[in-house]
Design a protein around this ligand. Structure first.
Ligand code: DC
Length: 244
């Protein structure tokens, strides 16, 4: 039995490669133990959507090092991101400058540009500050790429997710086809591979497994098995808390 005092304060970081099912797992854990869930990738996607909507130049990876600091600070002052609870679906949804953009941020054009935008230092600094504020009181699970390394280095529990890239691409492809999106398997696979590469090789808080994270390879395990695995880790933490 988990103590509610412990759960109210817990911070759980879920990082890993693209399309590993991080958000599915994080949402399920949030629901089961009654904590907040924040999708940090949605925030980088919303910033990317803003760049695209306003025809702002998106730097290519080879241009990133040449950028002057402060190039983006004024522009970022015009971006207001918020999560609101949809009372019908009970899911939290992302708003960009008061407009619901939950579906738009999942479009391929955003997926193709988000790794470039999220490599910009000022963008990361702004998002990390907001994310840390969300987690200030605890009772949160957040998924992303740098949550256990940069955003919440002192998180009580850190999970690092991975899975075979072909399995990930097939899952994402099926999901998109079921939503009626016209796309080829190769397009999905290429996007995952290039994002994984860029996210792991950028200079600003690249995707890395934190030294104290627990690896979860879900290539061959189903959603409920993953949830049970994480719940048992939380249960053990809670026992340790009571002992010491
Ligand atoms: O979780 P996602 O696939 O929706 O994230 C989209 C992109 O955002 C991902 O390719 C890299 C970036 N991202 C990031 O740089 N740091 C995070 N904490 C979360 C996402």
């Amino acid at each position: 039995m988990l103590s509610s005092k412990f759960i109210d304060k817990i911070v759980i970081a879920v990082d890993g490669y693209s399309s590993c099912g991080k958000s599915t797992l994080a949402k399920a854990i949030a629901r089961r133990i009654g904590i907040k869930y924040i999708d940090s990738g949605a925030m980088y996607r919303a910033v990317t959507l803003f760049f695209l909507q306003n025809n702002i130049d998106i730097p290519q990876p080879e241009e990133i090092e040449l950028l002057q600091t402060n190039d983006y600070n004024e522009l970022l002052n015009n971006i207001f991101i918020e999560f609101k609870l949809n009372t019908t679906t009970r899911q939290s949804e992302i708003y960009l400058n008061d407009v619901l953009v939950e579906n738009q941020i999942r479009e391929m054009i955003v997926s193709e540009n988000v790794s470039h935008v999220s490599a910009i230092k000022e963008v990361r600094m702004r998002m990390v500050t907001i994310q840390q504020e969300y987690g200030r009181l605890g009772g949160i699970i957040m998924d992303g790429r740098d949550i256990g390394t940069t955003v919440f280095p002192n998180a009580e529990l850190k999970i690092f997710m991975t899975a075979d890239v072909n399995i990930r691409a097939q899952r994402r492809y099926n999901e998109m086809i079921n939503k009626g999106i016209s796309i080829s398997y190769e397009q999905v696979l290429n996007n995952l591979q290039s994002r994984d590469y860029e996210d792991s090789h950028r200079s600003e808080s690249p995707l890395r497994m934190a030294a104290d994270a627990i690896l979860l390879d879900n290539s061959n395990i189903n959603e409920e098995e993953q949830v049970q695995f994480v719940l048992s880790l939380i249960e053990n933490l809670s026992i340790e808390q009571k002992v010491f």
